[in-house]
Design a protein around this ligand. Structure first.
Ligand code: IFM
Length: 721
């Protein structure tokens, strides 16, 4: 088995959405969905751009898809050589995870297409395709390549005022509707054959058309170089896109591919986990690492990663807590610059979070639940559409999921623990932690004089139970946030003047004095037989099985939460909640507590979010439930190989890749199976290797030093590289 290769035989239109995700190529700047070159919008082609958002009319704001500048379509003797309408005799697709190369082979009988392509990891704006078509009969061939404006959008259109330029380099310039961001795509080709050549431009785009009589046995090769720029990158995006194409053509396809694969090799040197003992698991883990690595914003210093990566516009291309909880750990331990970029995004969107807090009448920083550029909140008040009435349902994620600010503070503190670096804290990170703590002080107002503070009307990670009081997860994360704020004084004990001036700048003296008081007063967790109640009143809800609740659904796409959802009145939860907290702050609980809670909550968890299994797996490792940990690992790691995961929340499409599971797979392997930990400047391992794995070996960077971790059933070692 080649554990670096995803392969699929055959073509089925109903798999197009899912295959577009599984075969994604991306480089952090853009994502190219894994559909064949000739795909029209019905097959969901997209080049999704990171950090470029637009709103059309009153629809949801979402990221912008660029014009399809890698469009190629051939026909032979009047037959369209297209998977969609050309009735291929055979079709196969592959994705090489090691080097991020997508390839396809489609046999139409009289002609056969073989191609490979990549989104350059070495040059963020470049995409390239090598397209070969061979013929088994004599006949007339037409080959069209160009920039198609037939774009798949969920809530579009987003691009207007198209200007098409035809010439040696084809170009499309356009502008987004809302913020008037200029966007340009360009394309040029290198053909190794002579043909009658013409240009075509109309409302579907601009194309170069090759016509030629071909002979039986002949093969034609075309190499296509494309580029995308926006005015956020360069003042003249069309010129930049054209010169990028020109330079790539001059260098040649092989040289561009070589730089791209070299860049991937470097990424694997820093991050690859070698898993021995089970080839399927090795493939799943590689797929997970590929998908998370390919959406990392290597081209930027202050960007984060959307919850569905760059696989399309799902979840509005927004940044969720997924970034801090699930993407951050792999990057912090393998490629700290990327982890830093995720956090800098939060530092630089602090004003957005302050604005949101003020909107709700609070002080401090209330980060957006679905954050877009500038920290703008993408989450609407009606975030689900009811499948029965087709009406938007009032949801409270935006207003009540207040743990988001504490999650960000948690990651900033982890950054300091893993890297030992204080400069990020000095460059705004400390300010973020303090402003998050201030938000909770102000959210607790009114209850502050009593000796117990209840955080009421919140939503924890389990989104099926809305507007609850004393969510254990939320309360403990708030406590940790207040603690982290207080810890800053110790971290900067050698720079008291700097720290005092920071408090002064934030006008924080009074709030500072209140932090310990709030920390002490937050309502303590309530327990029954060692099991912590997820929120006040949870134990009083109907205690029935997952199957019972599932059996009450009248439509498979029905939303389980909200006012009328099937889960709301029961103890069935969407995703890890109490257990998520235990996985994030393991030292705070005994093994016995962890075991009692795992055993109680796991059967009551739907795992309806791709964020769930990972947290249960981490705790399962700790309490020695290694067979369950293994199953949860496989569930987490396979998601973007097999194309699983929920596709619908009510009437909203939520498909795409799952970077949280991708990061979760790394977390289970490194933090769970190997038991990797960095505390007080000391790196340690505490292996819990399932019997299915014989060896795990991986690189780690901590406090600026590179290490290799090796774990087998015979023992473990940490060696400095
Ligand atoms: O952040 C998650 C949330 O916890 C569950 N719904 C999906 C979001 C994006 O992954």
């Amino acid at each position: 088995m080649n554990t670096w290769l995803l392969q699929k035989e055959g073509f089925d239109k109903k798999d197009a959405a899912s295959d577009g995700n599984r075969f994604l190529c991306a480089n952090g700047y853009m994502g190219l969905r894994g559909v064949p070159e000739e795909a029209g919008s019905a097959l969901f082609p997209a080049i999704t751009l990171a950090g470029v958002y637009d709103q059309f009319e009153d629809k949801w704001r979402e990221p912008v898809n660029a014009p399809n500048c890698l469009f190629i379509h051939a026909s032979f003797n009047g037959q369209s050589l297209s998977v969609e309408d050309g009735s291929p005799q055979a079709h196969s697709t592959a994705l090489d995870y090691r080097h991020g190369v997508y390839s396809r082979k489609t046999d139409f009988g009289a002609a056969c297409i073989v191609s490979r392509r990549f989104v350059s990891m070495a040059s963020p704006h470049l995409l390239a395709d090598e397209y070969q078509v061979s013929f088994r009969l004599d006949g007339e061939m037409t080959l069209e390549t160009g920039i198609s404006t037939d774009i798949w959008d969920i809530n579009g259109p987003h691009l207007f005022d198209y200007q098409l330029t035809a010439g040696e380099i084809l170009a499309v310039s356009c502008v987004t509707g809302q913020k008037k961001i200029n966007l340009a795509a360009a394309q040029c080709v290198q053909a190794d054959f002579e043909a009658e050549e013409s240009l075509r431009q109309d409302e579907t785009g601009v194309f170069r058309v090759f016509r030629r009589r071909v002979r039986k046995g002949e093969t034609l090769n075309l190499r296509v170089f494309s580029a995308v720029y926006t005015s956020l990158d360069e003042p003249a995006p069309a010129d930049a896109a054209k010169s990028c194409c020109r330079e790539a053509k001059a260098a040649g396809f092989s040289a561009c591919l070589q730089s791209h694969t070299d860049a991937w090799e470097k990424i694997w040197t820093l991050s690859e986990i070698t898993l021995e003992g089970n080839e399927e698991a090795a493939l799943f883990l590689r797929a997970s690492q590929y998908h998370l690595n390919c959406v990392a914003p290597r081209h930027a210093k202050n960007m984060s990663i959307p919850a569905r990566g760059l696989s399309g516009q799902t979840y509005k291309g927004a940044i969720f807590w997924d970034s801090e909880m699930f993407f951050f750990p792999m990057f912090a331990y393998t490629q700290p610059k990327i982890a830093e970029s995720l956090l800098r995004y939060r530092v630089e969107t602090l004003d957005g979070a302050r604005k949101k807090a003020a909107e709700y009448g609070y002080r401090g920083a209330f980060y957006a639940w679905e954050s877009q550029e500038g920290g703008e909140e993408g989450c609407t008040n009606f975030n689900v559409v009811d499948v029965f009435t087709h009406r938007p349902v009032r949801t409270y994620f935006r207003d009540k999921q207040i743990h988001i600010s504490a999650d960000i503070a948690y990651a900033l503190r982890s950054w300091y623990e893993i890297t030992g670096d204080r400069t990020l804290l000095q460059a705004g990170g400390a300010k973020v932690i303090l402003e998050c703590a201030r938000f909770y002080l102000s959210r607790a107002n009114g209850h502050f004089d009593s000796d117990r503070v209840d955080f009421a009307d919140v939503i924890g990670p389990d989104e099926y139970h809305e507007r609850v009081t004393n969510s254990f997860f939320t309360n403990e994360m708030i406590r940790h946030c207040l603690d982290s704020a207080l810890l800053l004084k110790d971290i900067f004990a050698d720079q008291p003047a700097w720290f005092a001036s920071l408090l002064k700048e934030l006008n924080y003296e009074q709030d500072w004095a209140l932090l310990p008081a709030l920390r002490e007063r937050i309502s303590p967790p309530r327990e029954r037989n060692g099991v912590i109640e997820q929120f006040d009143g949870y134990f009083g809800l109907e205690d029935c099985s997952l199957d019972t609740v599932r059996g009450r659904l009248r439509d498979p796409r029905e939303y389980w939460g909200g006012d009328h959802g099937v889960a709301g009145t029961t103890q069935i939860i969407k995703q890890a909640d109490v257990i998520a907290l235990m996985a994030l702050l393991p030292e705070r609980f005994t093994d016995r507590q962890a075991a009692a809670n795992w055993v109680y909550y796991e059967p009551r968890t739907e795992h309806g979010s791709s964020l769930s299994a990972c947290m249960y797996a981490l705790t399962a490792c700790r309490i020695g439930r290694l067979d369950e940990a293994w199953d949860l690992f496989m569930k987490t790691a396979q998601i973007d190989v097999l194309g699983g995961g929920k596709q619908w929340a009510g009437e909203i499409y939520i498909g795409g890749t799952h970077p949280a599971s991708n990061g979760g797979a790394w977390m289970i392997a490194a933090l769970g199976f190997a038991g990797l930990k960095m505390r007080a400047g000391k790196l340690s391992v505490d292996p819990h290797l399932p019997r299915q794995i014989t060896r795990l070996s991986f690189p780690v960077t901590a406090c600026g030093e590179r290490y290799r971790i090796d774990v087998t059933h015979e023992g473990a070692s940490i060696s400095r590289q």
